[in-house]
Ligand binder design. Structure first.
Ligand SMILES: [Zn+2]
Length: 219
């Protein structure tokens, strides 16, 4: 093909220059030539082994030829398993603090189903002690208030007395659930819910303001 023989140095340079360049598809004639030149040749054990390795396993999605025949570490497998199990909607993405606050407000006062409660218990590891009706300390505190002040029969907010006794609660004023008599007042279910919601909103706004002030003082 060529009269002059290329020096090793020259070959290396050509190799470097062509690195990463896409190969054109072979012509039919070229393919025929390639086939004939290899026909009847025996491959060495080493080459056989390499080809065998290259053909092994499921290579779907492995666009990178460098990884063909290689194995995935257990850690990597675990990561892949995690990203594909369960509900993958929004996995890996996070809500902003502002969005979280909005979601929290939107869900205030909602009482979840038994299933939902069980899920949350598992999630919090019983850390949230003031989940309504779920923690002994919360219940015993209410029993303590009842012993001190009796069962509520009216609402101190709207003045209602017509409801059944079950619909009046001892509501905690400060939200700190202290064993202090003055920290409790009688509320009907509706007023109690409204009050708790207001308190939560107040707390959230205070937190938001203080964090803003903190950021402003930094900036
Ligand atoms: Zn009321």
């Amino acid at each position: 093909m060529m009269d002059k023989k290329l020096s090793e140095e020259h070959k290396r340079k050509i190799g470097l220059a062509l690195k990463g360049r896409k190969k054109l598809p072979f012509s039919e004639e070229h393919i025929r030539h390639l086939r004939e030149s290899h026909l009847g040749k025996k491959l060495s054990k080493e080459v056989c082994r390499k080809i065998s390795l290259r053909m092994m396993g499921n290579k779907i999605g492995l666009g990178n030829k460098n990884r063909v025949g290689k194995h995935i570490s257990d850690e990597q497998k675990e990561k892949i398993r995690f990203t594909h199990t369960g509900n993958t909607y929004r996995r890996g993405s996070h809500h902003t603090e502002e969005t979280k606050r909005k979601m929290s407000i939107a869900n205030l006062g909602r009482i979840g189903s038994e299933k939902q409660k069980a899920v949350m218990r598992a999630r919090t590891g019983e850390k949230v002690w003031n989940w309504k009706g779920d923690k002994v300390s919360y219940r015993s505190l209410h029993k303590w208030v009842e012993r001190q002040l009796g069962k509520p029969r009216c609402c101190e907010d709207c003045g209602d007395k017509s409801l059944s006794h079950r619909q009046y609660h001892w509501a905690n004023i400060s939200g700190l659930y202290k064993r202090v008599i003055t920290d409790w007042r009688r509320l009907c279910v509706r007023c109690h819910k409204t009050y708790d919601k207001q308190q939560k909103l107040l707390k959230l706004n205070q937190e938001f303001d203080s964090s803003n002030n903190f950021n402003n003082s930094l900036g």
